[in-house]
Design a protein around this ligand. Structure first.
Ligand SMILES: [Zn+2]
Length: 450
């Protein structure tokens, strides 16, 4: 059933501020546990992907086994609510001269209503020294990336105390420093499982607030999002050039949504939206997710300290090098963890963003259409000037008519001057990110066969 509403001169001039849970209202995130987990991970000496897998005290094998044990303990504390899987593959490449087993440690908290709809929080657990092939020297990898790994474990501890309509995946990845193998392995796993990936949140270097030049910022976290979609083919890129899409990927809208979650939170802690896939010339495990067409963003500290990442432990010319826990800011890590917990909670409760079609060529009004979304009881219509960062609420469709509503005509509105989008809202008010009415705006792969 399709209804059409015509409205004239309706304007709502509010910035996008989705209705989401306040961050960590019960103070459940523990800075002490985050600190202890980072120290435990550092204690394995090195977690290099090519390091020992059969030594119970040192190397990547010991670290993975410990993490699996932590997930098992968390599951025991929630009545067995986590299913632990360890997908693996043998990989080789530039930084892996002989095939090595890449194994991810993954905990699955199944949703009660739509278990195939998933939110993923992930971090690479492996570490490196100055020489990326050095599998034996100490490589504590405290900030890069015991910080993200501890965040994933703490998120599992907090969120496993509640139930959600959709599934939450907690993932610790191997092979990140050798070429993002764990991210690719998890993206493959998600596709093989037939999961609908609503969002993948990659946390990598999230526990420091000062740089090597003395610049400090403990009030922001950077969220990296891609512009034009990585999985768009030449025909899709042509469509995007004509109809928009360079600034409206699902990843970009996820970034806007997470920024609004931070704004709505009680804490003075904000997202610095960084509109590029990753830092200049560098990468992370969200990149293979983007290549597979899944919405993915990267959280990274506002300020990186290049003396304390990817460095052998040493003192040279009076400068101390090495990625050690004493260089970290654990209060900062707790802030990033609380933001992740609030974002995962909101995403796990929200329906999928709709897939929106638009018609507004050479006419003074715009028609938007979308298929009904499972779990949605209403929809919000958004628009954004082409040079604006944030969405403005254009209208809300709620009440009885919203239940079957999947089409709306906006007037006066000229498609040449605005980008439009639609979000879906659950019965409890949880709202999805906005899905843009542009080619590639939908939260799913453009090339299902990739
Ligand atoms: Zn890293």
């Amino acid at each position: 059933m399709r209804n059409v509403i015509r409205l004239t001169a309706f304007l709502a001039l509010f910035a996008a501020a989705p209705s989401v849970a306040q961050s960590d209202p019960e103070g459940a995130v523990s800075q002490d546990r985050l600190t202890a987990d980072v120290e435990t991970l550092v204690g394995f000496g090195t977690r290099h992907t090519l390091s020992a897998t059969d030594d119970p005290a040192r190397g990547i094998g010991a670290a993975r086994d410990w993490a699996a044990g932590e997930f098992a303990a968390i599951s025991a504390a929630c009545g067995g609510c986590l299913e632990i899987v360890q997908p693996e593959t043998v990989a080789s490449g530039n930084r892996i001269p002989q095939g090595v087993l890449i194994r991810n440690v993954v905990a699955i908290q199944r949703g009660s209503e739509r278990p195939d709809e998933v939110v993923i929080v992930m971090a690479h657990i492996d570490s490196r020294a100055s020489d990326v092939m050095d599998a034996t020297s100490d490589a504590p990898g405290a900030n890069d990336n015991a910080s993200g790994s501890a965040l994933v474990l703490e998120a599992a501890r907090v969120l496993s105390q509640r139930t959600y309509p959709t599934t939450v995946i907690y993932a610790l990845l191997s092979g990140g420093e050798q070429g993002l193998y764990g991210g690719a392995l998890l993206a493959d796993y998600a596709r093989d499982q037939g999961w609908t990936v609503k969002a993948a949140l990659n946390n990598d270097i999230v526990g420091g607030s000062c740089g090597s030049d003395g610049t400090c910022d403990s009030a922001h976290v950077r969220v990296f999002s891609e512009g034009e979609r990585a999985d768009a083919d030449a025909a899709a890129r042509e469509q995007m050039r004509s109809r928009g899409g360079g600034n409206d990927s699902p990843s970009r809208n996820l970034s806007r949504w997470v920024a609004a979650v931070a704004e709505a939170g009680a804490e003075e802690f904000a997202v610095r939206q960084t509109w590029r896939s990753d830092r200049m010339g560098r990468g992370g495990d969200h990149i293979p997710f983007l290549a597979a067409g899944f919405p993915a963003i990267r959280f990274t500290a506002a300020i990186e300290d290049y003396h304390h990442q990817h460095q052998d432990l040493r003192v040279h010319d009076g400068i101390t090098y090495g990625d050690t826990a004493d260089e970290m800011d654990f209060g900062y890590l707790a802030s990033v963890t609380r933001l992740n917990v609030a974002a995962i909670e909101g995403l796990a409760r929200a329906p999928m963003p709709p897939e929106v079609q638009i018609d507004g060529l050479v006419r003074p009004d715009v028609q938007l259409e979308w298929l009904p979304v499972a779990g949605a009881v209403s929809y919000n219509i958004w628009r954004r000037a082409t040079d604006a960062r944030d969405w403005e609420l254009r209208m809300q469709l709620s009440g009885d008519e919203a239940a079957d509503l999947n089409s709306v005509t906006l007037a006066p509105d000229r498609g040449d001057d605005w980008i439009f989008g639609v979000s879906s809202v659950a019965a409890d008010g949880s709202e999805s990110p906005v899905s843009s009415a542009v080619p590639g705006g939908a939260f799913g792969p453009m090339q299902p066969s990739l």
